[in-house]
Design a protein around this ligand. Sequence first.
Ligand SMILES: [Zn+2]
Length: 415
Amino acid sequence: MTSVGGAVPRWATRGDAVLRNVRVVDVVDGTVGPSTSILVRDGLIERIAEDASEGAQVPTADLDGAYVLPGLINMHTHFSLSLPGPSGADVEAFGEAGLALYMADGARRTLHSGVTTVRCVAEKGHADFALRRAIDAGWVQGPRIYTAGRALACTGGHGSGSDDTLECDGADAFTHGVRAQIKAGADLIKLMISGGIAGEHETISTPQLTRDEMAAAISTAHAWGRKVTAHAGPADVIAEAVSLGIDGIEHGYELTPDVCAAMAAQGTALVPTLVVTRASAFFDELGVPAWMQERSLGAGERHVASYRMALEAGVEVLLGSDMPPFWAFEGTTAVVRELEHMHAFGLDRAATLRAATLSPARWLGIDAQTGSIAVGKRADLIAMRGNPLDDISALRGIGMVMKNGVIVRDDRENE
Ligand SMILES: [Zn+2]
C-alpha cells in the first residue's frame, strides 16, 4: 500500500505489476511452462511472455524461478464458525460489532493463506454481506466472497440454534427462506438436509427435510438463478436431492456407488471437506466436547470410502476446508492439508490443483474471470518454490499472494 500526498488510501483493490522469472503451472493440462514473466494491468493479466513488461512502467517483482498457480478457491468456508465448546461460545457472545471484526480478521488471514476466492456456506447475522462490501471497497483485505447468507435448516436441524442458520418448516417456509437470503444478497443457497457432526441431538444419517421442502427450496433458487448446495451425510437423502436437481453436496459422509453414479450423471459436485473427520488437534484447540470428537473421527473411514467412490464414479470434487482455511494445522494450513488429503486418497496432482482452482470457478460461473492463468483473466495468483505437480505439499511453501493484481503477501520481504 502506498501513500499519496499524505493521504492514507484504502487497500488497493486492483493493481499493476510485472512478475518476472516465474514458471506458470497450467491447471488445465497439468504442465509447467518455461521461465517467463506476467504483465498485470488494472487487475488483469495482460501478457505472458519472456519480457512481458517491455515498455511498461509498472512495479516489478522478481520471483526467482517460483512456480505460479491461480489463487485457490475454497468452496466451504465459515468466517463466523462457532463449534460446540468454549471457543465457539466466545464467538456466539461477540455481538454484531465484535463478529464483524472477527470475520474481517479471518478474511484477511484467508487471503494471505493463498485463498483468493471463497464460497461461504452459512454465516451469522448477514455480516457476510457487509464483509463482502467492505472487501470490494478496500476497507479491509480479504478474498472475493460468494455467499449463501444463512443456511436453511428445519426446526432443531443441523446448525440450528446459531444465527448462521434460519429454521424453516414446510415448503412455503423454505420458499420464503430462499427468497429472504436472495433479498439480502445471497449468491447461492445452502440447505441442511441431514444431520452432521456438530449437532448433539442428531446423527449424521438423520434425514431432516421432506421432499416437498427440498423441492420448494431448489426450484425457487433455480428460478432466481441461484445454485443450491446441501450439507448432507446419508446416501438416500442425497439421492432424493440429486433427483430434484441440487447442484452440490457438502461432506457426503455416507455415499454409495449408486448415488455417486447419479451425481456424476447429473453433474452434481462434491465438496468432501475430508479434513473435518481427521482434525483432532483442531478440535482439541477449540475445546470441543468428547461426543463431537468421537463422532468426527469415527466417521473418518467411511468418509474416505465415500470420497473414493465419488472419484471412481467420476463425480467432480472441489476444495473446501470447512474449518478456517488459514488455521495452522499439522504443519500447514487447513486448506493445504485438505488438498494433501484429496490427493493422498486418490485424486492425481493435476486434478487436485483443478479442484482448487478452475473447477470451483466453473461451479461459481466465474471461470471466464478466474481459475486459471490466462490473458484477460484476473491476476489472482500464488507462488511457491516447489512444483506442486511433483509434490502437492509444495503448496505448504506459498510465499506470494496476489489478488486482482495487488500483491497482498510477499515473503521475500522477510528473507
Ligand atoms: Zn460447514
